[in-house]
Design a protein around this ligand. Structure first.
Ligand code: XMP
Length: 519
């Protein structure tokens, strides 16, 4: 996390929850600066006047095990308000003499929390003395410490909210930071402003400044290459780097042959001509295709692509003297889905090509200025950096490109068919003013040929799958409800203009249980 020693801040102690960055994000949304510190580095926290409050995150650890973590006294000695969330709630209660037990009934998902007592942490939180929250736990605070009061309860958490108003210590068993908790932000706001009395000092201008300063500190006098894909993330990284290190930056744009129709032309035009960035264009489509020949397995595809990307970056970096860094637009959700974050319960879902797909040994050091941010935050940052509206509102496109939208073996013929179908779908979305209402849309080519009839003739061709989702940050998603009219229009156009496809289907799964991409 970026540091600014001059700002009032909230310190979030991370116990390994996959939601820790969501807490930071909610705090940023409130205009407040925060820093995340891992629980095993608590001892390093010194008494700092700028710390106005502490939030203890959730986590996969369990207090009911013998060797469990105790809340370090360093935190108490700071003499600032504390909010414990889930595991943080339990560790706080335990510290002051509460009892934690394994509950017979797990509480996972939505739960109703009912109010018992007024508290500054729950001001405006309840409606008719109850509200909907999101829980994820097995242990519960069974008995509260004598210095605390029970503020609220749920069916399976008899002490769902507790408080010690004198000391300004609060514990909540649920997750106020996730969007499924109806009034979660109110809890965060009450803590920040009502309880910690922290000032609003955080905004995009500051964030931009800190990111640029951090890049300068890291890169020093060395040169950097930036892996440019033409999407919003890598474009924002390129603009930040341009401001931070000027002509020490060279962008490299690799045509994998797995891009969308006309994409290479558009990217070169945007970055070389409009944004005046130093850009090297590499057409590597042949080599990508040959390495992917006969590969079926999604993870193998991702690893091959990630490895080849790096090999090419390293090869071209050698041609420029003193290149030490590779910058890329990795976002926080890429990290959390690609690997098990230390101590976190999250398991590896897929190797995002810019994270899990990277080879273990790399000659270049990584610069990833966006790796604690979410997509919508990057878009706002892009606006602050004067990125054009077209680029800002572009749907996300994955690094492995069309490779992960062609399940099974990839061939040139399939890529060409898919490019045409995708182009038609996206164009129709734009024409119908739907493009900006959708978070991400694309066409995929299923490895499935079926029988059809066209002009009285039998056809035996591929199936095109359309996917369009709404989402806040790509972590969860819902399918977009198109009208029958729209479906008819798109399906007709695809079938009539793309030879090779005789059937169009629409993906109506949410994430979870599905993911947005097919592989
Ligand atoms: P999934 O399929 O995991 O996708 O639900 C979530 C978001 O991430 C994008 N995505 C990627 N982006 N490299 C990227 O830069 C990748 O390897 C990658 N895989 C998925 C996906 O398009 C969606 O927006």
């Amino acid at each position: 996390m970026n540091k600014d020693k001059f700002l009032e801040k909230i310190v979030i102690i991370d116990y390994g929850s996959q939601f820790t960055q969501l807490i930071a994000r909610k705090i940023r949304e409130c205009g407040v600066y925060s820093e995340i510190i891992s629980f095993n580095k608590i001892k390093k926290i010194t008494n700092d006047q700028k710390i106005k409050g502490i939030i203890l995150s959730g986590g996969p650890l369990t207090i009911t095990k013998k060797k469990s973590e105790a809340l370090n006294s360093n935190i108490i000695n700071l003499n600032v308000p504390i909010l414990g969330i889930c595991y943080g709630h339990q560790i706080l209660a335990k510290k002051f003499g509460g009892k934690i037990k394994i509950s017979k009934e797990r509480e996972f998902g939505h739960a109703i929390v009912k109010s018992k007592l007024k508290s500054s942490i729950t001001k405006n939180f309840f409606k008719n003395k109850k509200t909907l929250v999101w829980m994820s736990h097995q242990d519960i605070v069974h008995t509260i410490p004598s210095s605390f009061k029970k503020v609220a309860y749920s069916d399976n958490s008899r002490n769902a909210i507790i408080s010690n108003e004198n000391k300004k210590y609060y514990g909540v068993q649920f997750h106020p930071e996730v969007s499924h908790t109806q009034n979660g932000k109110i809890i965060i706001k009450n803590f920040l402003f009502g309880i910690c009395k922290i000032k609003k000092t955080w905004n995009l201008k500051r964030q931009k400044k800190i990111l640029i300063t951090d890049i300068r500190k890291k890169v020093k006098n060395n040169k950097v290459i930036c892996a440019l894909s033409g999407g919003v993330d890598s474009s924002v990284v390129a603009l930040l780097l341009k401001r931070a290190v000027g002509n020490k930056l060279t962008c490299i744009f690799i045509n994998t042959g797995l891009l969308r129709k006309n994409e290479e032309r558009e990217v070169i035009n945007n970055f070389k001509k409009k944004l005046k960035l130093k850009l090297i264009y590499i057409d590597a489509s042949k080599i990508f295709l040959s390495r992917l020949k006969n590969v079926n397995n999604p993870e193998t595809k991702r690893k091959i692509i990630g490895k080849l990307f790096i090999q090419l970056f390293e090869k071209y970096a050698k041609k420029i003297k003193n290149v030490k860094f590779l910058a890329q637009g990795t976002l926080y959700p890429d990290l959390i889905e690609s690997k098990t974050v230390t101590g976190s319960p999250s398991s590896k879902i897929k190797s995002h090509h810019n994270v899990g797909g990277l080879p273990k040994k790399m000659k270049l050091d990584l610069v990833e200025p966006l790796n604690s941010l979410f997509k919508d935050e990057v878009r706002k940052l892009g606006k602050e950096l004067s990125l054009s509206k077209d680029l800002l509102l572009r749907h996300p496109f994955p690094g492995p490109g069309l490779a992960i939208r062609i399940p099974g073996k990839i061939t040139k013929e399939k890529i060409n068919i898919l490019k045409e179908a995708d182009y038609i779908f996206i164009n129709e979305l734009k024409k119908s003013n739907l493009y900006n209402k959708i978070w991400q849309a694309y066409a995929a080519l299923l490895p499935l040929k079926t029988v059809g009839v066209m002009g009285d003739k039998r056809t035996y061709e591929y199936t095109c799958l359309l996917r369009a989702v709404t989402s806040e940050d790509g972590m969860t998603a819902d399918f977009f409800p198109f009208s029958k009219n729209f479906f008819q229009k798109v399906s007709n156009k695809i079938i009539n203009s793309v030879s090779g496809i005789n059937r169009v289907v629409y993906d109506i799964t949410t994430k979870p249980p599905s993911t947005i991409e097919l592989e």
